[in-house]
Design a protein around this ligand. Sequence first.
Ligand SMILES: *Cc1c(COP(=O)(O)O)cnc(C)c1O
Length: 375
Amino acid sequence: MTKISTQLIQGSNGSDDDKTGAVSAPLYFSTAFRHPGLGQSTGYDYSRLATPTRELLESQLATIEHGEQAFAVSSGMAAIDLVFSTFTKTGDHFIASDDLYGGSFRYFDNQKAKYLIDYETWNGQDTDQLVQLIKPSTRLIWLETPSNPTMKIIDIKKVARAVHQLRSDILIAVDNTFLTPIYQQPLTEGADIVVHSATKYLGGHNDILAGAVVVQLAELAEKLAAQLVTTGQTLDPFDSWLLLRSLKTLSVRMHAHTQNAQFLAQKLATLAGVDRVLYAGVGGMISFYLNDNYDVNTFLQGLKVCSFAESLGGVESLVTVPDVQTHHDMPVVNRRALGITPNLIRLSVGLEDKMICSQICSTPLIMLRKTRPDP
Ligand SMILES: *Cc1c(COP(=O)(O)O)cnc(C)c1O
C-alpha cells in the first residue's frame, strides 16, 4: 500500500480522467442511472445500491483500514446497527469492553430488550477473564480502545489471538473512532470488523454525521452489503464527497491533534485544580478529574475559546462532561465503578494554536483557584 498520507490525498483522484481530468473527485447526485440496454448496466443502477461518489469513499476507507470492503453509512450508530444485523438472533450472546461510547450501551440494551440477545462486559485487560466469558452462543466481541472516557488501552492482538484460538467463528469488532487508522489498524491486528463514527476524526470539522464499517472477510462483506441495500442507511453523495475531502487532511490533523494534546496533558497535570489526567499518549482525547474543591459548572462557564458541547474529533476543541452527557444513559453504579464521576471532564483537543489551547483549560482553573482557596 502507498504510504497513508499519499493514499489519503491522492487515492480518490483520477476517477474522471477519461472525461475531464478533474483533480478533485466529481460529485454525482443522480439517484438513477440509464441502462445501455436490456440486462445491461454501467455498474450503477440506483443510488441505494451504489453511487460513484460513495464508492470512491468506500474504496478509500477500505484501503486505509487494510480491509477488503468498506460501507459508508449515515452515522456511527448506523454502522453499529449494520454490524449487529449480521447476527442478532434470539439467544445470541456477545461481550463488550466495559468503558465505551454511551450510545453503544444504549444500543446494546435496546437489542437485549428487543431480541433477547445477551451481553456481558469485560474490563479490557485480562484476556483469561475474557475467554472465560465466552459461551457456545457467543457471536461477537466488541472493543473500543482507548476506552471512552477513561482511556484504558486494550491489546487487540492479544484479544484476537486468545479468542480466535478458541473459536474462529467469533467476530471481533473494534470501534476505531478515537485513534483512526493513522494510529491503529485493528484489521492488521487480527480484528474482523472496524467501525467508525466518521462524524468525529474522519470528518474532523464538526459538520458531517457519518459512519463506516470496514471488513476483511468476503462472506461477511456480502452479508453487510445485502443488509445495507435492504435497509438503506447509506451515506448520501454530498456527505460522501465532504468526507472524502476531509480524509485528505486526516494524517496532518491527527498528528497535530496529538501534538496539542500531549502539550495540554502535561500542562493539566501541573494544575492544582486537576487531580488526575488520563491520556493514551497519542490522539486528541484527554480526560481529567477536576479537584473536589473546584466547581464543574464554573469551570465550564469560564471557558473562553473552546465549547462545552457533546462531540469530539473536530478541529474545534470541545469539552464534555461524560457523566451528564455521553454516558448518562449508563446506570449510575456502572458509571461510578468505571470512574465516570461528576467531576470527570473529557476534552477533545482541537487544532487551535498551542497558546490558546493551553489557555483553554488552564485559565479558568487558575481563575477558580484565586476565588476558591485550597482547603
Ligand atoms: C459518536 C460515537 C459513536 C456514534 O456515532 P454517531 O456518528 O454519533 O452516530 C460511536 N462510537 C464512538 C466512539 C463515538 O464517539
